[in-house]
Design a protein around this ligand. Sequence first.
Ligand code: HEC
Ligand code: HEC
Length: 150
Amino acid sequence: MNKLISALLALTISLPTLAERVNSNEMGGLESLRKQEVSVEPEAEYMKQDYQGPAMGRDFVDMPPLIPHSVDRYQVDKNANSCLRCHSMKNADKWGATRIAVSHYKNREGEQLADVAPNRYFCLTCHVPQKDARPLKKNTFEPVESLKKQ
Ligand code: HEC
Ligand code: HEC
């Protein structure tokens, strides 16, 4: 009996743990975008530069447009929303900025509000500065004909 236990023990110790095997992709398990095992801390990538050229446009209907300018130091918290300083219906003309979409004045029940709906307040949850960067994951998505750039 003792022999059996030590044999089992030896086997368990020599086998890689299940977690290691899943991590190392042996079991067709986790593939990390960092191309490293999940337990390894990789070196930080270089900072991708903001692309402050002409707006990159939209690839599908209802895509939140990308931001064609830097957002460094623009405060968006419970005290202030600096995006609205330029993008609100009231201020947009003065700054030559695109007006915030009318959809942003409806709450999630679809009721029309007089001000930006709470679920649209944190602009950067949906809008991100455009970057001149390779996609993390290759894909074959094509915009519909009517949205294709010339
Ligand atoms: C100082 C004024 C100013 C501030 C502050 C500002 N923007 Fe802008 N934004 C502009 C202007 C002007 C444009 C138009 C630029 C252009 O078309 O080249 C623009 C363009 C955009 C667009 C593209 C709209 C479209 O239809 O293509 C988005 C999205 C946007 N801004 C989001 C934001 C967000 C989010 C913030 C806050 C983090 C912000 N902006 C803060 C002035 C501002
Ligand atoms: C929940 C996601 C979400 C949040 C949060 C959000 N937006 Fe948008 N935004 C969108 C989508 C989706 C569109 C495009 C569809 C539409 O017009 O509703 C859009 C469109 C826009 C446009 C272009 C309007 C036009 O007529 O071309 C501007 C400018 C804009 N948003 C600014 C903002 C600003 C400023 C904030 C923060 C106060 C904000 N958005 C918050 C999703 C969001």
